[in-house]
Design a protein around this ligand. Structure first.
Ligand code: ADP
Ligand code: MG
Length: 698
């Protein structure tokens, strides 16, 4: 498309811009920094900064910011202008190498889990030169990592870069054993598919629950939901299409290759998928995508909901993390290839993923844990909370035959031998049909489907990269010592399948029987965030992260605390919002309706002594009764919050209390309130209802 080629990357200080604008020598030095992680010296940084500033000013930028991803989940920026005063009272436009490389935001209000003592409020941000600078509005954004002065990571970027380094180190060792001397680096690649809802801004603005919590805390089901499946892949409404086009254009300018867009299963639900890129860039781009979705929706009078479960009773939103491993020459290591040699290497990398997912099920579950995502995982729409893998029947049959040293297929007369035989080609279609699996092999990549729609993809990829690095480390240790490489390789693969095949499940993940079966297999079923978070600080997990230099023990504890605290805070805000809505809008409204019914009965009787008031009387009795019950549920929720103040509990105990006591009381309140909504005069419902929200965009 013409627009793409002319717009693509126009707001990015990309490789081609650098090549054009930087002196040859500077460009080469910067390349070395990017490719090999070499230190960037000040003189070079100054030249780069100056060229970046000139380019940005030509594009209309007036400010610059270090753009980073603190533990809040959203991105942060602090804008400084290019203006520097001179001695003679004028101003000049300046941007130094020092300002490019390092920033010192006053970071005391970002969560640090105790890593940054309050007296040392400063953290620093450091440029990640592998992710290009870009312009957003009138600001030059420099993607950075965010650390404390002690060097501890305070963000989602630093550990991600460390995990990429970990898998690079171990994968290179393995490739060398297969005789690959050409590959200089191994990187993981990610293509995240992003789901979201669009609602009318006018209606959104009238719902305190959407405003404060991103999801509806009350709301009876409309007569029509998603049962007809008529929205999925259906025609896109004009206003939504206009939003999507606008969004695409803005994303293309930022170098984000937004490619497909379609309606999703629930009414008002949509999806955007980009073409995949290197994991750290994909992470930056997904953050930008979420930010732009929200900003551009507003321009179109819409609001983009990224919450995992904005509406009860219809599907929630997730994010599919398509993940693979690629060499510096662009070869996909999860592609089976065509020769016995390529196949053997593929099988080893495949085993590395199988083992990683089995050994670190808990960490994968934790990497997608949040109060919002708890509503999805395990519900009949999203992958279950049990982590398992789908490989498809062909590949599973081959692994079976390797494990049992049996023949594969009918044509094969010999035993299937790693490194001797050729794998059959798996058509993509036959590998991609199971939509219920949390972790599916889709021909040449894995699709991790448990992520919530508002999650940063960084957490999931930190775990994936590190866990796979650990399998590869074990394999490299063993194979480097082997006297007969092929024989050791065959045994290694067979043993890995034997030990980890319990994680492979090709059946229906939504099936009740799977829960029992998974339990028999010894797989974890960690249903909620407070259930899974304690696994984060298990010795085996601390060891994994520490050995691969991804997190120190202190960093893990800090993150554990932040996640728990965050969970409790979200539930607290939700509970308070419910009370506010129930006490100030819903109960008064419902009560006013009973007054109207009473007045109607009186008026009818006055006019007609034997008037039939059975409708009004029955409703009055029903709604009065329900209102009384709803009021008592409101008191119970208030009490559950008050009781917490008298509990002597740590962060985990607090999160567990919110989960069981507060969340339980919230659900009970909602059930009664929604029941009343179902029988009330529409005019007395004080908010736009589910029908308005889900079918309101025309
Ligand atoms: P679908 O899942 O809708 O069938 P695809 O499988 O083609 O679509 O792609 C889904 C996502 O996976 C896209 O974002 C795509 O860029 C990404 N993807 C494709 N190949 C890879 C890869 N090697 N590594 C990471 N992501 C990939
Ligand atoms: Mg997909």
């Amino acid at each position: 498309m013409n627009t793409i080629t002319s717009l693509f990357g126009t707001n990015v200080f990309s490789d081609s811009v650098m090549r054009e604008r930087l002196p040859k020598e500077t460009y080469k030095q910067l390349q070395r920094t990017m490719k090999e992680g070499k230190h960037l010296d000040n003189a070079v940084a100054n030249v780069v900064a100056n060229a970046m500033k000139d380019w940005a000013i030509e594009k209309g930028a007036t400010h610059f910011t270090h753009w980073f991803q603190p533990m809040t989940g959203i991105t942060a920026e602090k804008h400084d202008s290019f203006i520097t005063p001179t001695d003679d009272g004028r101003v000049i436009l300046e941007f130094s190498g020092k300002e490019l490389i390092q920033g010192e935001p006053d970071a005391s209000s970002f969560p640090s889990g105790g890593l940054r003592a309050t007296f040392e409020a400063r953290g620093y941000t450091a440029w990640d030169p592998t992710s290009y600078a870009f312009i957003k509005g009138t600001t030059l954004c420099i993607p950075t990592a965010f650390c404390s002065y002690g060097g501890e990571a305070l963000d989602k970027k630093t550990p991600l870069l460390r995990s990429m380094e970990a898998i690079n180190r171990q994968a290179l060792r393995v490739l060398r054993l297969f005789g690959d001397t050409a590959t200089t680096a191994v990187k993981t690649t990610v293509g995240p598919e992003q789901e979201y809802f669009l609602v009318e801004k006018e209606m959104f603005d009238k719902r305190p629950d959407l405003i404060y919590t991103g999801r509806t805390l009350f709301g009876a089901k409309p007569p029509k939901g998603q049962e007809l499946d008529d929205h999925y892949f259906g025609t896109i409404k004009t206003r939504v299409a206009e939003f999507m086009e606008d969004l695409n254009q803005e994303l293309w300018k930022l170098g984000v290759l937004a490619k497909t867009e379609h309606n999703e299963v629930a009414p008002a639900q949509h999806e955007l998928a980009p073409i995949f890129s290197t994991t750290n860039i994909a992470t930056d781009h997904n953050q930008l995508t979420m930010e732009l979705m929200q900003r551009i929706a507003k321009k179109h009078g819409l609001v983009c909901l990224l919450h995992e479960k904005p509406f009860a009773g219809v599907n929630g939103s997730g994010k599919h993390n398509n993940w693979s491993i690629s060499t510096s020459s662009g070869k996909n290591l999860l592609d089976p290839g065509d020769t016995p040699h390529e196949n053997a290497q593929f099988l080893l990398f495949l085993c590395a993923v199988i083992q990683a997912v089995d050994d670190y099920q808990d960490l994968l579950r934790i990497s997608v844990a949040s109060a919002g995502n708890d509503h999805r995982l395990g519900a009949n729409e999203a992958p279950p909370a049990i982590v398992s893998m789908f490989l498809g029947s062909e590949l599973t049959a081959i692994l079976d035959s390797i494990e049992k040293d049996e023949e594969y297929g009918t044509k094969e007369k010999e035993l299937w031998k790693v490194g001797v035989h050729i794998l059959p080609r798996f058509p993509k279609d036959s590998t991609d049909r199971n939509r219920t699996s949390p972790f599916a092999f889709t021909g040449n990549k894995f699709e991790f489907r448990m992520l919530g729609s508002s999650d940063s993809i960084s957490g999931a990829n930190i775990v994936l990269n590190t866990a796979v690095a650990e399998s590869l480390r074990q394999y490299a240790d063993m194979l480097e010592q082997a006297s007969d490489f092929n024989e050791t390789l065959h045994t290694l693969i067979r043993e890995t399948i034997r030990r980890h095949k319990r994680i492979i499940f090709n059946g229906n993940g939504y099936d009740e029987q799977w829960v029992a079966e998974a339990e028999r297999r010894g797989l974890l079923n960690l249903k909620t965030t407070p259930d899974c978070l304690p696994y984060f600080i298990k010795p085996k997990n601390i060891k994994l992260f520490a050995e691969h230099k991804v997190f120190t023990e202190a960093e893990i504890h800090a993150r554990y605390e932040i996640l728990l605290e965050n969970y409790s805070k979200i539930l607290n805000i939700e509970a308070l919002t419910m009370l506010d809505m129930a006490n100030k809008d819903l109960l008064p409204s419902y009560s006013a309706y009973t007054k109207q019914l009473g007045e109607t009965i009186a008026a009818k009787r006055a006019a007609l002594a034997d008037a039939d008031c059975s409708y009004e009387e029955e409703r009055l009795r029903q709604i009065s009764g329900l209102c009384g019950r709803m009021f008592r549920k409101t008191k119970a929720l208030e009490e559950s919050l008050l009781n917490l103040m008298h509990q002597d509990v740590d962060e985990l105990g607090k999160a567990q209390y919110y989960r069981t006591q507060v969340f339980g009381a919230m659900n009970e309140l909602r059930i009664v309130a929604d029941e009343i909504e179902g029988v009330i005069d529409r005019k007395f419902y004080p908010y736009p209802n589910y029908g308005d929200l889900l079918f309101g965009v025309r």
